[in-house]
Design a binder for this molecule. Structure first.
Ligand code: GLV
Length: 317
């Protein structure tokens, strides 16, 4: 049996599956291991099942024991892992696509609704009491007839587009390449972000965090949006330059945000917390039991497939 370090506690069913499949080292306290602890604990192991809280940078990867042949990330995103460094060291990296698309798209829609309909202020008022209904109380932005820009029309982006369309939104998107008619499903393609942002009453960020997408929302690009636009992010915090977005919110250039992901999680930029129209969630995209079990099962299957066949369909490097 292969020996696998599992860096974070998984749901019980998943740990049972891991026990049957590998000689598994579990983290029963769910402590977040330092990089040096991951290196230390992986001694004698064949692979590591990581989570997005593990920073597997070049230095960490270079110090891993030579016995490590696979890093299976328990996430669709893999911005926490230096793919090139892993490749150079002969380590395969895998992710868990598709199984979390529905759950993440649901949170994507919640962010759009929460930001457009002023849920953060509504929750605060309902909890405080003393609010008074009136014809113009907490007036929000209606989704019907509003243009939704999707940055990154992959699996999650397409699901968000489908639900948003059923709510009466008009879909625009930017991707590296135009999708076929079937996947596009009536959405309008923009071959550059300036063109997309300029028609986005609401933006949903769904693209992976890469060198190209890092800080794509910045001082210059926030100006491309119509005044009073809404920006939501269900992907990764690295895509947003927080200072630029917070400044645009304070100036009312951007009316509201709906955010589930941040740079330096869990320490989101405190500037967001001072803004009433910021609807913020603590990285809940894939947080349903069925989805987390499906993700863990896939992360385990990826390791199993890799050791049985020498390859894996979800290998990303
Ligand atoms: C969650 O954020 C993931 O990438 O799976």
């Amino acid at each position: 049996m292969k020996k696998i370090l599992i860096t974070r506690k998984l749901i019980k069913e998943s740990e049972e599956k891991a026990s049957k499949t590998f000689k598994s080292i579990f983290n029963s306290n769910d402590e977040i291991y330092s990089q040096s602890k991951v290196i230390e604990m992986s001694k004698g192991c064949d692979g590591i099942l990581t989570s997005l809280t593990d920073k597997m940078d070049q230095e960490t990867i270079n110090k891993l024991p030579d016995s490590i042949k696979i890093i299976s990330n328990f996430a669709v995103g893999f911005g926490n892992i230096d793919l090139e460094a892993a490749k150079k060291k002969g380590i395969a990296v895998t992710n868990t696509p598709e199984v979390l698309s529905n759950a993440t798209a649901e949170i994507g829609i919640l962010l759009i609704l929460g930001a457009c309909r002023r849920a953060a202020e509504g929750i605060e008022s309902a909890r405080q009491g003393g609010w008074k209904w009136s014809a113009d109380y907490l007036i929000g932005k209606q989704l019907t007839g509003t243009r939704l820009g999707i940055l990154g029309m992959g699996r999650i982006g397409q699901k968000i587009a489908k639900i948003a369309k059923s709510l009466g939104m008009i879909i625009h998107y930017h991707n590296r390449s135009k999708l076929n008619d079937d996947k596009e499903d009536g959405a309008t393609y923009h071959d550059n972000i300036k063109s997309l942002f300029s028609v986005s009453d609401v933006l949903s960020i769904c693209c992976p965090a890469t060198k190209e997408t890092e800080n794509m929302i910045n001082k210059e690009t926030v100006e491309y949006f119509p005044k009073g636009a809404i920006i939501t992010n269900v992907a990764r915090g690295d895509i947003v330059e927080d200072e630029a977005l917070i400044d645009a919110l304070n100036r009312r250039k951007i009316y509201a945000v709906g955010l589930d992901v941040y740079k330096n999680e869990p320490n989101l930029n405190p500037g967001y917390l001072k803004i009433k129209t910021a609807f913020v969630l603590p990285h809940l995209g894939s947080a349903t039991k069925d989805t987390r079990v499906a993700m863990a099962n896939l992360a385990i299957d990826n390791i199993d497939e890799f050791f049985k066949t020498g390859n894996c369909k979800n290998k990303v490097n």
